[in-house]
Design a protein around this ligand. Structure first.
Ligand code: MG
Length: 181
């Protein structure tokens, strides 16, 4: 199994700081809320935001939670979120994506690493992320088990061009740094 192929933290023996970086990216289509459309309630980083459109997906379609989960899994050279949690599995229908993040955190700890800091960018035209960034950051920090000052969430628009700018999709990027415990 690929998740067991990596070395345990601190096993390099080089004496250099044992750091690992991970990157995660995700995109979900946005649609008007069900039942008129396919959109689920708009949840970002586990924080519910009132909006007329919402992400389409098998789980709760939390694009930021998925990007953060993939960044953590990537940093430890693990399987990605789609490999761990099949989007065809009925058990994950409407699943709270905090479950995915918690599994990634468990694997990071099992490998002997802890999170130094995490920086994420959410790209969408609406809703505005700014008013929610501190609540989202605090929730992600709680799930990861670090102080809120270790987690940063930014919002950007896509200048009204392409699918994201036309409010048909939402994207998230995340970079995370780990250190050996
Ligand atoms: Mg996703």
């Amino acid at each position: 199994m690929s998740e067991n192929d990596g070395q345990q933290a601190g096993s390099s023996g080089s004496g250099a700081a044992d750091l690992r970086i991970g990157h995660g990216y995700d995109l979900h289509r946005l649609d008007v809320l069900a039942p008129e459309g396919e959109g689920r309630a708009f949840v970002l980083g586990g924080v519910r935001i009132e909006h007329s459109r919402g992400p389409v997906g098998h789980s709760d379609a939390d694009v930021l939670m998925h990007a953060v989960t993939d960044a953590l899994l990537g940093a430890i050279g693990g399987p990605d979120i789609g490999q761990l949690f099949k989007d065809t599995d009925p058990a994950h229908e409407g699943q709270d994506s905090a479950v995915f993040l918690e599994e990634a955190v468990r694997r990071v700890r099992e490998m002997g690493y802890s999170v130094v800091n995490l920086d994420a960018t959410v790209i969408c035209e609406q809703p505005k992320i700014g008013p929610h960034r501190s609540a989202i950051g605090a929730n992600l920090a709680r799930l990861i088990g670090v102080g809120a000052d270790r987690v940063n969430v930014k919002g950007k628009t896509h200048e009204r061009v392409d699918a994201v700018g036309e409010e048909r999709a939402i994207e998230a990027h995340c970079v995370v740094l780990l250190t050996a415990q």
